[in-house]
Ligand binder design. Structure first.
Ligand code: C5P
Length: 228
């Protein structure tokens, strides 16, 4: 069977990565979480004091340090799940905190950050056989992807899912803060100048507000079989 590129884009916290990860595992493809890469750059900025007192990114300083930021993925041998590494350190848990979530969208709006990460993403997908999720995978990273899905769900449902996820990990979380963060990230992601979040013309829309994970999995598998 020919290998293809599967691009899964959509709003924040709508379960894109769960569905992308599960599909990749089932069909033997590589899964890449492009959001984790923007989160890793954001964590680097937090740890190197690259946000000023108003919470704005110190752009020139970050630009000068882009070559010092090395992001990679390695499989966890026990769970077979990909873990995000920043300069050789496993940062998988640290990039999922509310602090990173509330700083990531302005970092992801910077042209030089996007250029560097898109280049890396394209490199990772050049052999095909890849499922990548994000905001601009079908529009900017792989406009030629053979299967494009655009996922959405209501902001309240997305915030509830993120709240449950953080609680399950034992992290402090406030539903209202998460809902605000989800809406705010949507706003910044949709209105930024470079590669704003939008549905590619040839993407298939999936509103998963009322779908179970199992139903979603079956739907996605059907789309994959149709595309190959
Ligand atoms: O997917 P996730 O919610 O982890 O992504 C975190 C943030 O990274 C998004 O809110 C968005 O600002 C940014 N992002 C992006 N382009 C991508 C993936 C993520 O701008 N391809």
């Amino acid at each position: 069977m020919k290998k293809i590129i599967i691009a899964i884009d959509g709003f924040s916290s709508c379960g894109k990565s769960t569905m992308a990860k599960d599909l990749a595992k089932e069909i033997g493809y590589i899964y890449i979480d492009s959001g984790a890469m923007y989160r890793a750059v954001t964590l680097y900025c937090i740890e190197h004091q690259l946000f000023d007192e108003k919470g704005q990114v110190k752009e020139e300083e970050l630009k000068a340090r882009m070559n010092d930021i090395h992001i990679s993925f390695r499989l966890n041998p026990e769970t077979q799940r990909p873990m995000t590494y920043l300069n050789g350190m496993n940062v998988e848990d640290r990039i999922r905190t509310m602090e990173v979530s509330s700083h990531v969208s302005p970092v992801a709006a910077l042209g030089f950050v996007r250029e560097a990460l898109v280049r890396l993403q394209q490199e990772m997908g050049k052999e095909k056989g890849i499922v990548m999720d994000g905001r601009d995978i079908g529009t900017a990273v792989f406009p030629q992807a053979e299967l494009k899905i655009f996922v959405t769900a209501s902001p309240e449902i997305r915030a509830q899912r993120r709240y449950d996820e953080l609680k399950a990990k034992g992290q402090e979380a406030s539903f209202d803060d998460i809902l605000y963060n989800v809406k705010e990230r949507d706003r910044i992601d949709q209105t930024r100048e470079i590669s704003p979040l939008r549905q590619a013309e040839d993407a298939i829309l999936l509103d998963n507000s009322h779908l179970t994970i199992q139903e979603q999995k079956e739907w996605l598998k059907t789309q994959f079989l149709k595309a190959t």
